[in-house]
Design a protein around this ligand. Structure first.
Ligand code: INI
Length: 158
């Protein structure tokens, strides 16, 4: 049996991060955790490029533009959508989820999904350095692993 495995070493990787300004406290916590994890695993600060967008709904377009540029080994998408009293939540969630998946599948650039979908702000705080870990850091790690796995699966050294 042959098993493909990838390192989690980010040295030499260039990573694009798309982050929504909506719910800015949560966005900044997600971004801090993401960048810290990328750098902790060897990514050079100048190889982390951050694009801010107004809300989660705009994340897929910015991600598509970055992915299509051919400049990035992986992308990380960050944001939070918090449930309100109207169906708007469902539309934004669907738009960002389907949109980000579409970018990844159509460009073959790994895109980690660090967009939180939540009932309230407390759930967001718990997942950005609280009791439920750090989803920004987890998304960064997923992006690193998929970039390295992509190199292995395509036959180039990781
Ligand atoms: N955008 C978010 O990122 N999070 C939210 O919770 C949110 N809510 O609740 O409305 C939200 N809406 C804005 C949306 O993403 C777009 O920016 C807006 O519709 C303009 O296209």
């Amino acid at each position: 049996m042959k098993t493909y495995s990838a390192s989690r070493n980010a040295s030499g990787l260039r990573v694009g991060v798309v982050v929504s300004r909506f719910n800015p406290l949560i966005s900044s916590r997600l971004l801090d955790g993401c960048v810290a994890e990328l750098e902790r695993r060897g990514c050079a600060p100048e190889d982390v490029h951050v694009a801010w967008v107004p809300g989660a709904f705009e994340i897929p377009l910015a991600a598509r533009l970055l992915a299509s540029s051919g400049r990035y080994d992986a992308l990380v998408t960050l944001g939070s959508v918090i449930r309100g009293g109207t169906p708007h939540f469902e539309y934004v969630c669907r738009g960002v989820t389907d949109g980000v998946a579409g970018v990844m599948h159509e460009t073959c650039v790994p895109v980690a999904f660090g967009v939180l979908t939540l009932d309230d702000i407390d759930q967001a705080l718990e997942r950005t350095g609280g009791a439920h870990g750090h989803k920004g850091a987890e998304a960064a790690l997923a992006a690193i692993e998929m970039a390295c796995l992509g190199r292995v699966l395509q036959g180039s050294p990781s």
